[in-house]
Write a protein that binds this ligand. Structure first.
Ligand SMILES: C[S@@+](CC[C@H](N)C(=O)[O-])C[C@H]1O[C@@H](n2cnc3c(N)ncnc32)[C@H](O)[C@@H]1O
Length: 341
């Protein structure tokens, strides 16, 4: 693992940046391209100003069906996503944030009691631990410990993405998912971009070519990445723009599921409703949206997700001889190309 990169990133997020607007791109504003749920909006309104103003993510990361979940937030920073999620999991749930930068952890820890009070909880349901996301074991995180893992604009900063994904897969319970927002590129980065300290710290230098994510995910034991949302990122600094040239970047939200080794067969599924904020319709990814009461034939992998994840109690699954409406895998290869690039 490159200590120099980690030290640069620590310095950048610990001392160089003080507020969201200090970033040199509009990455934090890509959130506006996504619909925020009523519950998330209510939670966000209660987040302390000091936490909110130190937000460096790319879109608020709020998956569905959170009640009672034990969540891990990789690179939790000042804690904005962690606190929104801590309200949504409720008093019986828990959010652990992990970050390597003391300045960020200090802000997050300072407001634990404050947020518990605002949310009407008898005690905080959060903790913020110091550590590297490439080595969660060193921070004391055990195998199959979490119901859900999230992250917001952090994986791209790591010099060792394979280690991050492998560790996330290890600490996640089977059937569940790593739901994360991150920066991706339409190509491998040139050495000039990778070696530029500010471009790395802003997330551009370490952005994976999105095709590489598919390879790494498979190698470490995750299912094929499911694209949830994407928005183009604009660099707002002329000097950095000149180095980047015509490379394109996007803020992307992916779901990676840790599934059992054998898939279900092709199956007919019906969404029965019951997911908070998504009573009428639930979007799994850009390929699959399930309207309440409507039967759809899905691939074996989607059937496995719906059978083994926290969404299981919201769906009825029935064996069928029919085939899915389209070949999922060939459509997925279009990937980001179908969206903003
Ligand atoms: C772009 S900020 C995002 C913070 C937060 N998720 C948010 O949305 O505001 C990146 C954060 O990840 C942390 N970070 C970056 N690389 C890390 C690593 N390898 N291990 C642990 N934390 C890391 C930084 O310290 C910083 O707080």
């Amino acid at each position: 693992m490159s200590k120099e990169i980690l030290d640069n990133v620590k310095e950048y997020y610990g001392t160089v940046l003080q507020k969201s607007c200090d970033l040199k791109s509009d990455v934090c504003c890509t959130a506006k391209t996504r619909v925020m749920t009523k519950s998330a909006k209510e939670a966000l309104a209660l987040v302390h100003e000091d936490v909110d103003s130190r937000y460096y993510g790319c879109g608020l990361i709020v998956p569905e069906c959170l009640e009672g979940m034990k969540i891990l937030d990789l690179g939790s920073g000042a804690g904005k996503d962690s606190y929104v999620l801590s309200r949504l999991v409720g008093e019986q749930g828990h959010v652990t944030g992990i970050d390597m930068t003391d300045g960020q952890l200090d802000v997050a820890r300072k407001y634990q009691q404050y947020h518990a009070g605002k949310f009407g909880f008898s005690k905080p349901n959060t903790d913020f631990v110091k550590g590297f996301i490439e080595n969660l074991g060193a921070a004391g995180l055990a195998d199959n410990q979490f119901d859900l893992i999230v992250s917001n604009c952090v994986v791209n900063l790591s010099p060792d993405k394979r280690a991050v994904l492998a560790e996330a897969c290890r600490v996640l319970k089977e059937g569940e998912e790593f739901f994360f927002g991150d920066m991706y590129a339409d190509r491998n980065q040139s050495e000039e971009i990778r070696q530029n300290k500010m471009l790395w710290c802003e997330g551009f230098g370490g952005s994976l070519w999105w095709e590489d994510l598919y390879k790494i995910a498979a190698e470490v034991g995750f299912s094929r990445p499911r694209l949830f949302a994407a928005a183009k990122i604009n660099v707002t600094n002329a000097e950095l723009e000149a180095i980047i040239g015509d490379s394109q970047f996007a803020s992307v939200t992916y779901r990676l599921f840790k599934l059992p080794h054998t898939n279900e067969p092709v199956t007919e599924v019906v969404y029965n409703g019951g997911i908070t904020d998504f009573e009428d319709s639930f979007k799994l990814d850009h390929e699959w949206t399930f309207n309440k009461g409507e039967a759809q034939v899905v691939s074996g992998e989607v059937a496995t997700i719906l059978k083994t994840s926290r969404f299981a109690s919201k769906f009825t699954l029935t064996a069928t001889d029919r085939q899915p409406a389209y070949n999922e895998v060939s459509r997925a290869r279009i990937g980001l190309g179908a969206l903003d690039f």
